[in-house]
Design a protein around this ligand. Structure first.
Ligand code: DGP
Length: 113
C-alpha cells in the first residue's frame, strides 16, 4: 500500500507544492508548526533515514540542497531555519516515507520537545 506521500507525488491527493524536480518534491506541511513549514521528500521510496542505503548518498545530498533552496525561496535563509527528519517511534515519525521538515519564520526553541 502506498503512503500518503506517494499519493502526493502521484497527484492522487492535493498538496501545496513549492518545488519539484526529477528526484525531489517539496510541499507545505498540512499542520504547520512555524510560519514556514515545508516537507522535502525523495520521489524514490525510502521509508526513513535509517533505511537509506549507500547508493542513496547522492540523493540524500540532493535533498539537503533542496531544503536549502526551499528555505531561500521562502525567504528564511538569512533569518534562519531548521531541518528535521523524524526517524522512528521515539522521534514521532508518522509517515513512513523519508521527509525533511524545513521550519522557519519564527524563533525556534532548543532543545526540541
Ligand atoms: P513526521 O511526524 O515527522 O512523520 O511528519 C509528518 C508530517 O506530514 C506532519 O507534520 C504532517 C504532514 N502530513 C501528513 N499528512 C499530510 C498530507 O496529506 N499533506 C501534507 N501536506 N502534509 C501531511
Amino acid at each position: 500500500m502506498s503512503s500518503i506521500f506517494e499519493k502526493i507525488i502521484a497527484r492522487q491527493i492535493p498538496a501545496d507544492i513549492v518545488y519539484e524536480d526529477d528526484r525531489a518534491l517539496a510541499f507545505r506541511d498540512i499542520s504547520p508548526q512555524a510560519p514556514k513549514h515545508i516537507l522535502v521528500i525523495p520521489k524514490k521510496v525510502i521509508p526513513r533515514l535509517a533505511a537509506a542505503q549507500p547508493e542513496d548518498e547522492q540523493l540524500l545530498g540532493h535533498l539537503l540542497l533542496t531544503a536549502a533552496k526551499v528555505a531561500r525561496a521562502e525567504g528564511v535563509s538569512e533569518s534562519g531555519f531548521r531541518i528535521v527528519a523524524n526517524c522512528g517511534p521515539d522521534a514521532g515519525e508518522s509517515v513512513p516515507h523519508l521527509h525533511i521538515h524545513v521550519l522557519g519564520g519564527r524563533q525556534l526553541a532548543w532543545p526540541p520537545g
